[in-house]
Structures are given as structure tokens and as C-alpha cells.
Design a protein. Structure first.
Length: 119
């Protein structure tokens, strides 16, 4: 069974950057779309970004466009989320997951990594 482990979260000041990683084991990411979603306390889960498995096309929620970049390295069985110009409202637990298509439901997801943006 595919297992996903997120890393790279932490405490960062507003305007700072973090790079999240999503490492997979027990299977290959090659044929999956990979998504990042987040959940803040008291708020609903929201999708942040997704990258397709077929052509590498990407999509982002409006609030992170131009600041976040999703990527994948199939050779390393790892996906990434580069987050720049972080804002306090980006504070949340970030999860990575795999989907058949970016429009599908998540098949597997990790335990999450905490991102806190605060001065």
C-alpha cells in the first residue's frame, strides 16, 4: 500500500519561504496526480495545489497563485510544494495525497506537516 510522508514544515515569519516534501514508499507516484491540501484549526480542508500524472499540468487555489509552486520528481518518488511570500493565513497543517486525476477524490494521503507563519 502506498504510504506518503510529508516534511519541511515549521515556523516562518511572514514573507518567508518553506519547501514541503512528500515522499512515497510502497508504490510509485508515476501514474498518480499529486495534490497538496491544508486544514487550519476550525476551518474546512481546502485544496492548495495539484499536479497531474499525465502531462504535469498544475492548478492552484487563487490565494496561493504566484506564491506557491508544485512539482514532482518521479525518479525520487517525491513531490514538493515550494511556498514563498508566506502569509499568516497560510498557517495550517499541510497534507499531500494522490489522486487518479486532479478532479478525483484522494486515494491516499499522509499525516501532514505543520506550517506556522507568524512574527
Amino acid at each position: 500500500q502506498l504510504q506518503l510522508v510529508e516534511s519541511g514544515g515549521g515556523l516562518v515569519q511572514p514573507g518567508g519561504s518553506l519547501r514541503l516534501s512528500c515522499a512515497a514508499s510502497g508504490g510509485t507516484l508515476d501514474y498518480y496526480a499529486i495534490g497538496w491540501f491544508r486544514q487550519a484549526p476550525g476551518k474546512e480542508r481546502e485544496e492548495v495545489s495539484c499536479i497531474s500524472g499525465s502531462d504535469g499540468s498544475t492548478r492552484y487555489r487563487d490565494s496561493v497563485k504566484g506564491r506557491f509552486t508544485i512539482s514532482r520528481d518521479n525518479a525520487k518518488n517525491t513531490a514538493y510544494l515550494q511556498m514563498n511570500s508566506l502569509r499568516p493565513e497560510d498557517t495550517a497543517v499541510y497534507y499531500c495525497g494522490v489522486l487518479i486525476l486532479c478532479s478525483s477524490e484522494y486515494e491516499y494521503w499522509g499525516q501532514g506537516t505543520q506550517v506556522t507563519v507568524s512574527s
